[in-house]
Design a protein around this ligand. Structure first.
Ligand code: HBI
Length: 104
């Protein structure tokens, strides 16, 4: 059963992702979700990044909401099963940050 992030989780695990050093994710207005836009050198690098994220998402059975045009990838993370942010979103965002480092 997936549950929403606790206040402690939000402080300890979500906070760092929202910080500039941790990636600079933003909270989505009106939704318990986080979003971030990535820009790469070109489409190939953007798609390599998306491939890495897709493989992780499939392995986790937890999928991003995303939009890609050329070198830009806009990602929103939230958990449908609990209508909000869960530890799965933290885990996927952490992978996304690592994948972005490798693709840039
Ligand atoms: N992806 N973001 C997100 N949230 C979910 O709740 C979710 C998912 N991918 C697959 C998934 N849930 C399945 O576990 C359920 O649809 C059965």
């Amino acid at each position: 059963m997936v549950t929403k992030l606790s206040d402690t989780d939000r402080e300890q695990n979500l906070g760092p992702l929202l910080s500039a050093q941790g990636g600079g994710w933003s909270l989505v207005d009106g939704r318990d979700a986080i979003k971030k836009t990535f820009r790469f050198a070109d489409f190939n690098q953007a798609f390599a990044f998306m491939t890495s994220v897709a493989l992780k998402a499939e392995k986790m059975d937890h999928h991003p909401e995303w939009f890609n045009v050329y070198n830009r990838v806009e990602i929103t993370l939230s958990t449908h099963d609990c209508q909000g942010l869960s530890t799965r979103d933290i885990e996927l965002a952490t992978h996304i940050e690592q994948a972005a480092q490798k693709s840039s």
